[in-house]
Design a protein around this ligand. Structure first.
Ligand code: SF4
Length: 443
């Protein structure tokens, strides 16, 4: 099989992994002779670095042969898809070629499991080793880690990769047993725990080495070489949404545990997409994509806004509302917490105001140290007043209407009170001309 065909198969097989987030777009290309470029090129996806830069990665599987039979996976052993396998040299060559042409800034490499977890992991580590040691490759490497692989292989993977990830796959142990019986939640957690220890150890050693003073006296030894980094971009995981019956409450609970126990850099949510020849145990339809989006927003609330996972999801259904974002939904369900006084409220309470992001809150807190805030100041501080004013008190503004009854809204997504809440107190808008509820961004 030629390299182009392998790339087509193994890039397509990797597209279900959401661990390097990229957004979808229309398919376009210039094959008809007009225009330039293509949005459907094989294997290149976008990911975000901790400082917010977007980078392109070659995203492929080493092989889509797999001895496991996870029901939700297109590469499972019983699946009837074309199979292919790269050699280590082929992945290295592809990565370097794409890199030299300035098409990518790094590699995202995953794999089906062949022969044994250790055999597969050894190949993944070898790709990273050859890239780093033989070719002095400085680009980004994200390696998918096989949970049952030996500790030594995990350790070696972390020396070459920027980020490691182990997919938890399903939010509950019951779901995993039902849909991926060969996988074991305990083994997944054990490997995540090992990675965490290696990451912490490497950080502590580098910190200790950096603290050793440089000696400049004649004959004195210089500062010793710093110990190697271990997966400096941390570890992440992915959860499939909608393949089993788990509600959003269980999904967020599982994420909260992963963040707390293993200090995950990210949990990615991937809406289940029906696969060819799917098992009857799987739903016939994909969950709405907006559910995946709401989970990401809720995840953001847990990580940056001080929300506990238990308070984000509606008590009755266990699901996030799809019509409004989780922060607005929480505000509407807790009218007793509003309006919030922008001149006196603590930072934690400001973070709960719909429309106020972390950056806006920091600007408000800094500004009110100098003098009392007035309504006009909000626009100057680039605060989205239309979203914020219905929920706050500030000099020169007080919401005119009472906050709507959250319980009533929670049971009726189209409740008119939602529109009233958006309009209540907005100085330049009347309730009668209030718009239909809109998505409110968190960021
Ligand atoms: S082990 Fe991974 S590649 Fe293999 S069937 Fe399960 S999810 Fe798919």
């Amino acid at each position: 099989m030629d390299l182009q065909r392998k790339l087509a198969i193994l890039a397509d097989a990797a597209k279900y992994d959401a661990s390097c987030a990229s957004s979808g777009t229309d398919k376009r290309d210039s094959r008809g002779g007009s225009g330039m470029g293509s949005s459907g090129g094989m294997g290149i996806c976008h990911s975000y670095t901790p400082d917010g830069r977007c980078i392109s990665l070659l995203k492929i599987l080493l092989t889509n042969h797999c001895q496991y039979d996870c029901l939700y996976c297109v590469n499972r052993s019983s699946s009837n898809v074309p199979r292919a396998k790269f050699s280590v040299e082929e992945v290295v060559t592809l990565t370097l070629d794409f890199y030299r042409r300035n098409c990518i800034e790094g590699l995202f490499l995953s794999s089906g499991i062949v022969k044994s977890p250790d055999f597969t992991m050894e190949l993944l580590v070898e790709v990273a080793r050859v890239l780093r040691e033989t070719h002095d490759f400085r680009g980004y490497i994200h390696l998918k880690t096989i949970p049952d692989a030996s500790e030594d292989l995990l350790r070696r993977a972390g020396l070459y990769a920027d980020r490691l990830s182990i997919n938890v796959e399903l939010p509950t142990d019951t779901g995993l047993k039902q849909l991926a019986p060969e996988k074991d939640t305990a083994a997944i957690h054990r490997s995540m725990g090992r990675l965490r220890l290696h990451i912490d150890d490497a950080k502590a050693q580098r910190k200790a080495a950096a603290a050793v003073p440089i000696r400049v006296l004649p004959g004195a030894s210089t500062r010793p070489a710093r110990p190697p980094r271990f997966a400096p971009a941390g570890q992440s995981t992915q959860m499939i949404v909608g393949a089993d019956g788990s509600d959003d409450r269980s999904i967020l609970q599982s994420s909260a545990t992963l963040y707390q126990r293993f200090r995950m850099r990210r949990v990615y949510y991937s809406a289940f997409s029906p696969i060819p020849d799917a098992s009857r145990a799987l739903p016939l339809q994909a969950p709405p994509l907006v559910r995946e989006h709401r989970l990401y927003q809720a995840d953001w609330l847990m990580r940056f806004y001080g929300f506990d996972h238990q308070e984000i999801v509606d008590d009755g259904t266990g699901l996030l509302r799809l019509d409004v974002d989780p922060k607005l939904a929480w505000a509407l369900a807790h009218p007793e917490r509003f309006p919030v006084d922008l001149n006196h409220a603590p930072r934690e309470l400001l973070l709960r105001v719909p429309g106020l992001g972390v950056g806006s809150v920091d600007k408000l807190v800094a500004a009110r140290r100098a003098r009392r805030l007035r309504a006009e100041d909000l626009s100057q501080l680039k605060v989205p007043t239309r979203k914020v004013l219905p929920f706050v008190v500030v000099d020169g503004h007080r919401p005119s209407g009472a906050m709507p009854n959250g319980a009533a809204i929670a049971t009726s997504p189209s409740h008119p009170a939602l529109a009233q809440a958006t309009a209540a107190g907005a100085p330049l808008r009347t309730v009668a001309s209030a718009p239909v509820p809109m998505q409110m961004g968190l960021f």
